[in-house]
Design a protein around this ligand. Sequence first.
Ligand SMILES: [Zn+2]
Length: 252
Amino acid sequence: MPILEKLVQPGQARHWTDSIPLEYHYTAGVAGEEFRRELRDNGRFLVSKCSKCKSTYIPARMYCPSCFIESKDQFPIDKPGYVYSFTSVNRDRSGAETDSPITVGLVKFEGVSGGIVHFLDADPDQVSIGMKVTPSLKNQSERTGNITDIRAFKPVSTGPSQMVAEAGKVERRDVGPGENPARLLLRSIEESGYPIEEDEMTISALRSKVAKGELLTHEEDRLLHRLGDKAREWRKAVRSSSETEPGDTLSG
Ligand SMILES: [Zn+2]
């Protein structure tokens, strides 16, 4: 029917059903592709590091969002991540009830911005914020460079109380005569599991200064102590959440 012709009788309306084949190709981008290739071939996560502000990002990205310069340094990360946030659901995507609850979390890595959202292979009541986790990957022959190459993240330790105990042990071990207090404080901030993401630039600047043996200015020293306080509060919160029984926090 020509486009300008009008129907005058509703009964003249006709329709038919058909389909138009459309094919999409999405690319992961240059850095995204390298991240996937490293995951597929070597089972590791690639992070990128900005040469200017020294911030690192996971997954690896092409440009530093703070400096707008190309992040040419990329390297695989080899430390466990930690649970930054999590939830559990009892229904799948189609709304059908699942046999057992599915736990999903945002996994971050100390000193690295960004993170990976994925399944957590643990009972929801065993998961806690700050809990250390490590990826459980498919066998190399099954990996395709997809995020599903990761089956899930599973706990490294038995729980947060052990992590806190470990961090405490590290702190005690490090206290010795002649230790630089700023270095100690930096280390305790890093080991508290406190998500330093937004303070990463500040911390990396302080870290490089301390590493060179330079003295911090009064202002920087105050900043470091403020971050130390934040980390201590974070650690306290992690400890108290691990000591709180689920019955104490669930309402109804
Ligand atoms: Zn940068």
